[in-house]
Design a protein. Structure first.
Length: 288
């Protein structure tokens, strides 16, 4: 199948485990002959987007990697008192998590070197400028508070910086900057995608965070921070020519990497279900 369409840039948001929806979305776009002329990635969107941009066999690279399993096995999760194994595992990791939070750089046993090694396997040691299409990766400098857009250099380090969730993964030291998750400054860098003068399609892998109640001051504080973040992201996403959101069948926690397949399927279905809008935006006509 071939297609004639206007160039478009694709903005892939963060979302932790839900960011694997981008994998399904890119697969569906590829099946329809729709390839972005540029990708801008944030957090998990940077990982999926960079692997796509760097490799022709990107889908197999992601599917055959042990990244999701590594992340799923390494998180400090407790899924209920009725699960004895979960309880024992939770208690085993708890002292290390507390120590890491106050005296180290993260809550999980994963170290920066290990994480970089896993990502390096996915990028095969390539640089961002080696990509088939331009790729821009957004991170946050914790020292200056500014957004940092990375377009060149080691792909694995750029991805890690963009996805380094504060309190979970150590930030990445780069010259005078201390880089962490790009979502802190900009979950939707639409302006970066606009530099090619192409149409911009953004994929938001977040979920509604409506709460039935708030019980204490800590929950109120965290909720207030979440609302600020969500409202800023909502305004940024409005700048895209087309905003797409995968529909997940249940709530998926940011760090629940045991549900990757469900996220991939949600992204795939999202594209297939929105093909009329996508083709209308891009003026695409398809011939078999």
């Amino acid at each position: 199948m071939s297609a004639d369409f206007q160039n478009f840039s694709l903005v892939l948001s963060g979302g932790g485990a839900r960011g694997f929806a981008h994998m399904g979305a890119l697969k569906a776009l590829e099946e329809e002959g729709l390839r972005p002329s540029m990708i801008v990635g944030v957090s998990m969107g940077s990982l999926v987007g960079a692997v796509y941009a760097l490799h022709e066999d990107w889908y197999n690279v992601l599917r055959s990697s042990n990244l999701a399993k590594t992340l799923a096995d390494d998180q400090l999760n407790f899924d209920g008192w009725t699960n004895l194994y979960s309880l024992l595992r939770f208690l085993r990791h708890l002292p290390r998590a507390i120590w890491g939070f106050f005296f180290g750089w993260g809550l999980t046993p994963i170290r920066q070197k290990q994480a970089l090694q896993v990502i390096e396997q996915l990028t095969r040691g390539k640089k961002l400028e080696d990509a088939r299409i331009p790729i821009a990766i957004s991170a946050t400098d914790l020292l200056s508070g500014n957004r940092v857009v990375i377009r060149t250099g080691n792909a694995a380090r750029a991805i890690y910086a963009s996805a380094a969730l504060a309190g979970v993964f150590p930030p990445l030291k780069e010259k005078d900057s201390l880089l962490a998750d790009g979502a802190y400054t900009d979950l939707a860098p639409i302006d970066v995608a606009r530099i090619t003068n192409a149409r911009v399609i953004a994929i938001d892998a977040s979920q509604s965070m409506a709460l039935p109640e708030i019980r204490n001051a800590f929950q109120a504080l965290m909720r207030a921070v979440d609302i600020c973040h969500m409202q800023h992201a909502r305004l940024r996403f409005l700048e895209a020519d087309l905003l797409l959101r995968p529909s997940f069948t249940r709530f998926i926690d940011t760090l629940d990497f045991s549900l990757v397949k469900e996220c991939v399927d949600a992204g795939y279905s999202m594209i297939k279900g929105n093909l009329p809008s996508i083709r209308s935006l891009l003026g695409a006509s398809t011939t078999g």
